[in-house]
Write a protein that binds this ligand. Structure first.
Ligand SMILES: [Zn+2]
Length: 226
């Protein structure tokens, strides 16, 4: 019976020696710039009706190019992990497998998307779209806001995008179409013109969508760092 006793002593000793590790306090939580923040990203368009048909496809690049709805979703999906890595909880209004559905009880889809942001108590609501114009020449990106409380978020996102493409910065604009129903700072970013031959092609590429996602995420981080 000698050996088991020795073994027991050895095990108890080992446990006691490791006690500092076993019972120590959890490591202090690392505070990231977006810890505790809730962000809602809204890739515009692509509302589906009851039959699964898309009823507002958005704009399309010339010569049967990229659809706005696909560019918006592509960029939004790339923004999500970047914000999560900074500590945020991120919601999308739609994904490829979970579309935004048309509900005839609701007056407007854009209004109900803003209400979704209110329900999840978002700290920021960022809508992603692409511009279109009859003129091929127009190009660049614009951040729209409506409530005065959204102006700083619009400025910060626009500045972040503008740092990468300074020649295409069309500035910020105040417009009533930007989710008056949203209770938190809300911005609609037009990420470029699908009607412009160069931007239309570029917006469809994975490389450009990745670059856009990085500067949009950076703009959101900059806003909350202030
Ligand atoms: Zn749009």
């Amino acid at each position: 019976m000698k050996t088991p006793t020795r073994l027991r002593v050895l095990l108890v000793t080992l446990l006691l020696c490791r006690g500092g590790v076993l019972y120590s306090d959890p490591p202090p939580a690392i505070s990231l710039p977006l810890t505790g923040k809730i962000i809602v990203l809204d890739p515009g368009h692509a509302v589906k009706d009851e039959s699964g048909k898309i009823i507002n496809p958005g704009a399309r690049a010339r010569r049967f190019g990229a659809w706005e709805r696909d560019v918006a979703l592509g960029v939004a999906l790339k923004v999500v992990p970047l914000l999560e890595a900074q500590g945020a909880k991120v919601y999308l209004t739609r994904t490829g497998s979970n579309p935004w559905r048309y509900n005839r009880m609701k007056r407007s889809d854009n209004r109900s998307r803003a209400i979704f942001a209110n329900v999840v108590r978002a700290n920021a609501y960022v809508r992603l779209h692409c511009d279109w114009n009859r003129s091929h020449k127009l190009h660049g990106f614009t951040s729209y806001y409506f409530r005065w409380g959204s102006r700083t978020l619009a400025k910060t996102i626009q500045r972040s995008v503008g740092r990468t493409w300074p020649g295409r910065d069309d500035g910020i604009q105040r417009r009533s179409f930007v989710s008056a129903s949203a209770k938190m700072p809300a911005v609609l970013l037009e990420m470029g013109y699908l009607s412009n031959p160069k931007e239309g092609k570029e917006l469809a590429t994975d490389t450009h969508q990745t670059a856009l996602a990085q500067v949009i995420a950076q703009g959101i981080v900059d806003y909350f760092k202030k």
